[in-house]
Ligand binder design. Structure first.
Ligand code: MN
Length: 159
């Protein structure tokens, strides 16, 4: 089992490495907002546990083992973030919450959420009921969305 901190480091490392090929202590310092001495200490731990290759004055790269966890964590993060954006959470909160939920979410929940996000994104402009949900969130008013009511819909007008 990996810890939350390990997963966040591997996630950050993968994002940085994707851009510049390797990651230095200062990159992580900036990315995670933590002090350089904690980053150095964590680099040593991650290296010892076989998640990264790290040379003290060079950069860090991910091992296959580290990469697997990084990719899994990033995938969960992105799906959770998408889900939160779909229900109308703002980007800043969606990112922050995704980064915490990703460590504890049950695989069953994740599988459903992944399919849910995929399902919602099948519709080019989003499903109509989602507009109705947003209207419900804003106004507290529940408006049915059926072919019968569609012609007189306060959410969609006559569309
Ligand atoms: Mn996280």
């Amino acid at each position: 089992m990996t810890t939350e901190r390990t997963e966040d480091y591997l996630e950050a490392l993968d994002i940085i490495i994707e851009e510049k090929g390797y990651a230095q202590v200062k990159d992580i310092t900036k990315f995670l907002g933590v002090g350089p001495s904690s980053v150095t200490e964590m680099f040593q731990k991650l290296s010892k546990a076989g998640y990264i290759n790290y040379e003290k004055y060079g950069g860090a790269t991910l091992t296959a083992k580290g990469k697997t966890i990084a990719k899994k964590t990033r995938k969960k993060h992105n799906t959770l973030r998408e889900f939160l954006l779909i229900i109308g959470v703002n980007e800043k909160i969606a990112d922050a919450d995704a980064c915490r939920i990703e460590h504890v979410v049950n695989p069953e929940t994740m599988a459903r959420l992944t399919k849910f996000v995929e399902f919602v994104q099948r519709f080019e402009e989003g499903p109509r009921w989602l507009d109705h949900f947003k209207y419900f969130y804003e106004t507290g008013e529940y408006v049915e969305c059926t072919p019968k009511t569609a012609s007189n819909c306060p959410v969609h007008g006559n569309k």
